[in-house]
Design a binder for this molecule. Structure first.
Ligand code: ZN
Length: 688
């Protein structure tokens, strides 16, 4: 549960988020460090020994890469990751203060402070061991038949906020975006993607072997003898593999028509009659509803078949693993260690566990996001910053309107529709107008795992309770301190939280060139998502409805194929290439965004006389500002996971792949035909 909207397109997959708190009297809690300043163009981050026409990314980011090795507790390291880390430090000071148990704290400070304090009480967490989830394990042990499962699964999904057996919640009606309906989706796996279970190459086989050991270890920690634990691990693997085989791939899921399967509750009963949906929905406290969307009907057919094929003992084994595995980060150290060993060390390459305070700040932010977010915003986001960002958004939107009018491949008919969609986009900048109230969550200073479960239950119910109600256009999917941004095609809105509008990404001390190259490009990126291969299938109101003529759509697809072919050539790690049908929407948005930012920047500065700075022309500084948004170092393990799960291309190609399609870049650096960063005119990909 707690699934993000299916079609939401973020700038990054790993959204990082953080926040802060304020004293009741209005006096700000003293914070440890302030957010450190980094400029949006840093010449010391460059490597001028590299020819920009040969490898622009290395030229712009080589210095950053040598100065910023990946810290041992990180799976990768980047400008975004570093800003997130700065946020963590900033919030750490605030939460340390907020957690001191005194009577002068306001409600919000008390909530976040006590949540953090409970997490930091490591000796109590250690003493409690597995007991924090014992009541759920007892309930599983008492199951006598498959018929009794729906009630328990509803309960487990609520408190673990994880798709145990399947995912469930609410979504906007694809045909009427103003209405929220119930939703069911595939899920139920322990590995990050269905492909891990189905691929037959050596590395995938090796990963499955290692996963089996992880599952076995979880059973041993839960009290099973090694032989039993091993058998149980085999059972879990077999059951998850059946679910994986019936799941859609990530590329298939980019087709919104594949996911649109609206039905009445009676249709669901026909699709999966072996599961008592009535009991399930009653137990999860859903409001009555007449219609739901089942994203992946074949998956639920398989669930239905497995329900009778597997004896109840196997289901109990499956559920037991998922409960303990989900809760592991919040239990005693042996569980925390095993969770780290498999998911962060083996799968993603991190060398050591993050210090506890870092995890506790993250958990607080993740579970009580808008409570912390309020105080963060008060400290870092001014009305002036909001206004200057809106001005930039306006300029990028104007550039997009001009660009649409100028397209030589699109008919006037489709252009009118595209312009209507562009005008319909809502711009959400900084933070929500109305803050979420968490006061109904019981937060205890001596029950960390319980706090996490109650917060998950609150969030899941919040999503469920939207069903049957009109859409709230003011809501955000990510908290204000998040260093990321997103476009949501069903809302037709772009969302820029305060966290992503900070130096070095948006830098009031710098001139327009690097700021447009960086944040201007990000704004253009999110706008372009409304018109990428997926977003372009939704209309101005956010409904899944075609607004293209047949010929224009075909011409659009020829153009996107140019991008698919270009990115398919790029190698991620070893022999793994970019799955460019998965990354298409992001690659299109990266290119479109930078073209729009360039146009908007030229327009914003047309009356100014710009001069070189640090020996770099304004145009060169625009492109270096662009590249420096994504300076990064990446571990091979993490790249491998992301090649399968992340719709974004690796950092180097998000820069080099874009500039290769921009003649403005070649001009700025006087690149010659035949050099790697230039393409012959007829090979340049242009979508928007
Ligand atoms: Zn994106």
């Amino acid at each position: 549960m707690n699934t993000k909207p299916v079609y939401l397109s973020a700038l990054l997959l790993i959204s990082a988020s953080l926040a802060t708190a304020q004293d009741k009297s209005g006096t700000e809690v003293a914070q440890k460090p302030v957010l450190p300043y980094c400029p949006s163009l840093d010449v010391t981050s460059m490597d001028k020994s590299i020819d920009p026409c040969v490898n622009f990314y290395r030229y712009a980011c080589g210095g950053w890469q040598s100065k910023n090795p990946i810290p041992s507790d990180q799976t990768s390291w980047s400008v975004y990751g570093k800003l997130y880390e700065d946020n963590l430090n900033f919030l750490h000071g605030i939460l340390e203060q907020a957690s001191s148990d005194n009577s002068h704290r306001d409600v919000v400070t008390e909530e976040v402070g006590d949540f953090y304090a409970a997490c930091m009480d490591e000796s109590l967490v250690e003493k409690r061991g597995i007991s924090a989830v014992q009541s759920h394990l007892d309930a599983i042990a008492k199951l006598k038949s498959v018929q009794e499962m729906p009630q328990l699964i509803a309960r487990l999904q609520l408190v673990f906020g994880r798709s145990i057996l399947f995912a469930a919640g609410s979504t906007q009606d694809p045909d009427n975006s103003e209405l929220v309906i119930a939703e069911l989706d595939q899920g139920g796996l322990g590995l990050p993607d269905r492909d891990y279970y189905t691929k037959t190459d050596d590395k995938s086989k090796q990963t499955r072997e290692r996963y089996l050991l992880h599952v076995q270890k979880i059973f041993e920690l839960a009290g099973d003898r090694p032989e039993t634990a091993k058998q149980n691990a085999d059972t879990v693997m077999r059951m998850e593999t059946a679910l994986a085989n019936a799941s859609l791939t990530r590329v298939e899921r980019r087709d919104p028509y594949k996911l649109k399967n609206k039905m009445a509750p009676s249709g669901l009963k026909e699709l999966a009659p072996n599961f008592d949906w009535k009991t399930y929905y009653r137990e999860a406290k859903y409001p009555d509803f007449e219609i739901l969307n089942v994203d992946t009907p074949p998956f639920f057919k398989e669930v239905n078949a497995r329900l009778t094929a597997e004896p109840i003992e196997n289901w109990k084994t499956y559920l037991r693993f998922h409960v303990v595995d989900s809760a592991s980060p919040y239990l005693s150290s042996a569980f925390v260690q095993e969770n780290f060993d498999f998911y962060r060390n083996y799968l993603r390459g991190a060398k050591e566990q993050q210090p506890r305070w870092k995890r506790c700040v993250s958990y607080t932010n993740h579970n009580l996001d808008e409570a912390l977010g309020q105080v963060y915003v008060a400290k870092v986001f001014s009305p002036e910053l909001k206004q200057s960002t809106l001005n930039m958004v306006k300029r990028i939107e104007d550039a997009m309107a001009l660009r649409i009018r100028q397209l030589d491949w699109m008919s006037p008919e489709t252009k009118t529709q595209a312009l209507t969609k562009l005008q319909g986009i809502r711009n959400k900048i900084g933070y929500p107008d109305k803050w979420r109230d968490y006061s109904s969550i019981k937060i205890l200073r001596d029950d960390f795992a319980g706090n996490v479960q109650r917060a998950a239950e609150f969030e899941t119910h919040r999503r469920i309770n939207k069903i049957g109600k009109p859409v709230d256009h003011g809501e955000w999917e990510i908290p204000p301190p998040t260093v990321d941004a997103y476009y949501d095609p069903q809302m037709n809105d772009i969302n820029f939280p305060a966290g992503v509008l900070q130096p070095p990404l948006l830098d009031a001390k710098m001139d327009d060139a690097p700021n447009y190259g960086d944040t201007g490009g990000t704004i253009g990126h999110e706008l372009t998502h409304g018109f990428d291969d997926e977003g372009s299938q939704f209309d101005a109101k956010g409904n899944l409805k075609n607004w293209w003529t047949k010929e224009d759509r075909e011409r659009f697809e020829t153009r996107t194929k140019c991008i698919v072919d270009q990115y398919a050539q790029y190698v991620v790690v070893d022999d793994v290439h970019i799955n460019s049908k998965l990354t298409l929407g992001e690659d299109v948005a990266d290119l479109g965004g930078e073209i729009l930012a360039y146009m908007a920047w030229k327009n914003a500065t047309k009356d100014l006389s710009l001069h070189p700075i640090d020996g770099l022309t304004p145009e060169q500084r625009f492109f270096i500002g662009f590249a420096q948004w994504d300076c990064a170092n990446e571990r091979p393990e993490d790249l491998r996971v992301r090649a399968m799960t992340d719709p974004h291309s690796p950092a180097v190609y998000r820069i080099n792949g874009v500039v290769a399609n921009m003649p403005e870049f070649s001009q700025a650096f006087s690149c010659k035909q035949g050099q790697p960063m230039t393409k012959p005119a007829e090979k340049v990909c242009k979508v928007w």
